[in-house]
Write a new protein. Structure first.
Length: 79
């Protein structure tokens, strides 16, 4: 299962780009319970690759798609 692709598609579908963000826990909804850990690792890898941006808040860490990398994200989703 390609968790990176699933996460990118979910964020794009919900238009979580730039200033609009969501909790990492919300990205694992809809996935099998045993896969939540792998999905969270995929989120961390996407942040390292620069495709996701982190936003620390008083209520936890939030993520969104990096608006500067939308072209690259679109190419990844089309493959």
């Amino acid at each position: 299962m390609d968790f990176k692709l699933i996460i990118l598609r979910k964020l794009f579908r919900h238009r979580m780009i730039g200033g609009k963000h969501t909790a990492i826990e919300h990205l694992t909804k809809g996935l099998p319970k045993h896969a939540a850990g792998d999905a969270k690792k995929a989120v961390k890898e996407l942040v390292r690759e620069g495709l996701l941006k982190e936003k620390p808040t008083s209520y936890g860490l939030q993520v969104s798609l990096n608006p500067e990398k939308i072209g690259e994200i679109m190419r990844i989703m089309e493959e």
